[in-house]
Design a protein around this ligand. Sequence first.
Ligand code: 13P
Ligand code: SF4
Length: 321
Amino acid sequence: MIRFFFLRFRRIPILYSLTDVEKEMKQKIKGLLKEKNVVMLAHNYQPPEIQDLADLCGDSLELSIRASETDADVILFCGVHFMAETASILSPDKTVLLPRQDAGCPMADMITAEALSKKLETLPSMPVVTYVNSTAEVKALSTICCTSANAVKVVNSIEGDQVLMTPDRNLAGYVARNTSKKIHLWEGYCPFHDILTPADVEEARAVHPDAVFMVHPECRPEVVELADVVTSTSGMLRYAKESDKTAFIVGTEIGILYPLKKANPEKAFYPASTKMECIEMKKITLEDVARSLEFMEGRVKVPEHIRVPAMKAVQKMIDCS
Ligand code: 13P
Ligand code: SF4
């Protein structure tokens, strides 16, 4: 069967077909998923062949919530480490597998629990709003979590007129421009969103003058300022589906182009820059998935003393939004 795929050297969606070995691997994975009662999740940035195989695709939080509602014994999370941790926080009785343990998030690693505790010594009793793209340990020290979709609402729900937002300075800056509260920010960022410049956007717009420019709030403020739509990955999927526009310049990690095109074959999607490729999100292969399932390899389990306070921060966010 023919599907859209990213050529390794260009990473723009084009037609592709699976090799015989890959087809065999896919069949093996399907058998293991059924046999072991596994729900397979894939983030919107995962490689096409992984998204095509998954039971559920979406953003990290919605995937974890939906997986916790299934009766699967095992959650296989195709994404990065903090996403598997979030699944473990929400589903402590399920086994959570991350097929590549070395798939991490550079932004999540820009803050540690120790560094946050130290910062809070200088900001006593400051509420902490932490982006879900963070480690379980950092979530555990936070007042409430947020996603890129609900960050403004979450911040506005906090009592008091000041908050510390971690770890993404760009998301914090976006919130600061959309709230009356004072935002103290942590100097973290996503290298694959922060790389997009206004010049890249202008170049894309010159080539596609009628396209709508959608951007993720993890991008720099001077880029966000140029956007027609500022939203999360799921927000982009929803917007593109519902919009009567037919062409879009996409300012987020280029993996999103695959589900956008798959859901809207008649519309055109152009990357704002092909530099926006998260190498961590591209680590998991079909072979990794098969091995992880066969040997139950790559388990992620958040210890209870961290899970309970982290769950409190996640639950507060769910209740608020
Ligand atoms: P969302 O899918 O929640 O928008 O997050 C983007 C991201 O960078 C995930 O790593
Ligand atoms: Fe982390 Fe950015 Fe990669 Fe998302 S795209 S996993 S925020 S480094």
